[in-house]
Design a protein around this ligand. Structure first.
Ligand code: PLP
Length: 366
């Protein structure tokens, strides 16, 4: 049967029917007063989700666009950037910074692990001349299913004085991240993960400290120019034509998120991930991230059982049960599969996925 797909990949994620219906309209004129009202509402909603008082810049791009924006509005060629890498997405920050001509230093740990705050502190303490301007990191590493201790890491970065630039693409709206309270300087996210809407919008928040560093940036990006975004946001608009229908979708999704409440959203993600982890272990399968203290509430990485390969598991789940799970990335390709519990996901979905996974394994064992 068609139209029954359940996306359990870590983005794009399932979209609620009310959001799909809200989007299914002719586009609004993006300079209309009607659209400005949407921009204002969405802006206020995003601030609430990001737990910040600072402006949220809304880009028409995928999440990587917001990463590019952060680096290109903060970093000059030759600047020292420290990238904390626990997986593919952490490595992406280092690549973007290197393309900008930055002098990139890396703190890399084996995939499946998180950054140890003591190791970061050692590196930053050694930088007595304060040459490191920016530290990039990932809150929730989607490629492995590990959540970094961002609160501790941001504190250490603040004590050193560098600007912390955090990828919250799969944490915002899923896992608690208190931008202002924890002292995160730049925080980004994307629409197709915890926000329950299709891909196409990315978000960036910069605090006062980040704006100070931005003033020293000689050649910022044109499309992602912070000053242009700020100037326009003050008038409830955007510099370029935005994906207006996605704004309408976001407006609706934020309304749903407000109804549920942030604490309940975080609790739901935690409960769903714990239920999934328990079910997988009960089935006799192994989790890639065994340490509960760093295991993600948004993405769970699973090792295939002996004698059964990842492509067959994914194929059977898709063909027999219309459930789409993700493969591992790069070195982890065919070694793990990843199940997202991100966004519009309930306990029923997790139970269905567990039963389907069990039936899949039983079928493939024969
Ligand atoms: C999905 C994702 C990205 C990249 O987002 P795109 O929308 O594909 O550009 C970056 N970081 C993390 C942690 C992600 O999960």
């Amino acid at each position: 049967m068609k139209d029954k797909d359940f996306l359990m990949i870590p983005g794009p994620t399932p979209v609620p029917e009310s959001v799909l219906l809200a989007m299914a309209k002719h586009p609004m004129g993006h300079r209309s007063s009607e659209f400005s009202k949407v921009v204002r509402r969405v802006e206020e909603g995003l601030k609430w989700v990001f737990q910040t008082k600072y402006d949220v810049q809304i880009y028409t791009s995928s999440g990587t666009g917001a990463m590019e924006s952060a680096i290109s509005n903060l970093v000059n060629a030759g600047d020292k950037v420290l990238s904390l890498i626990i997986g593919n997405f952490g490595a992406r920050w280092a690549k973007i910074a290197a393309m900008r001509g930055a002098d990139v230093q890396k703190l890399e740990v084996p995939y499946g692990k998180a950054i140890n705050p003591d190791e970061l502190k050692k590196i930053l303490d050694a930088d007595t001349k304060k040459e490191i301007k920016v530290v990039t990191l990932t809150h929730n590493e989607t490629s492995t299913g590990v959540t970094n201790p961002v609160k501790e890491l941001a504190k250490i970065i603040r004590e050193h004085g560098a600007i912390s630039v955090v990828d919250g693409i799969t944490s915002i709206g899923a896992i608690d991240c208190k931008m202002d309270e924890w002292g995160i300087d730049v925080l980004i996210s994307g629409s197709q993960k915890g926000f329950m809407i299709p891909p196409g919008l990315a978000f960036l928040v910069a605090n006062d400290r980040a704006w100070e560093l931005h003033k020293q940036c000689k050649y910022p990006s044109f499309y992602f120019n912070w000053d242009d975004y700020k100037k326009n946001l003050d008038k409830d608009t955007t510099p370029w034509t935005p994906a207006v229908n996605l704004f309408i979708a976001l407006d609706k999704a934020l309304e749903m998120m407000r109804e549920e409440g942030l604490e309940n959203i975080f609790a739901r993600h935690k409960n769903n991930a714990m239920l999934l982890r328990k079910g997988i272990k009960d089935m006799g399968l192994k989790l890639f991230v065994e340490d509960e203290s760093i295991a993600s509430y948004a993405i769970t990485s699973v090792l295939p059982p002996e004698g059964i390969n990842v492509p067959d598991i994914r194929k059977t789940l898709k063909e027999d049960y219309n459930i789409v799970v993700a493969n591992g990335q790069n070195d982890l390709k065919d070694k793990i599969f990843r199940m997202g519990t991100l966004g519009f996901v309930t306990e029923r979905d997790v139970l269905t996925a567990l039963a389907s996974l069990k039936a899949t394994i039983d079928k493939l064992k024969k």
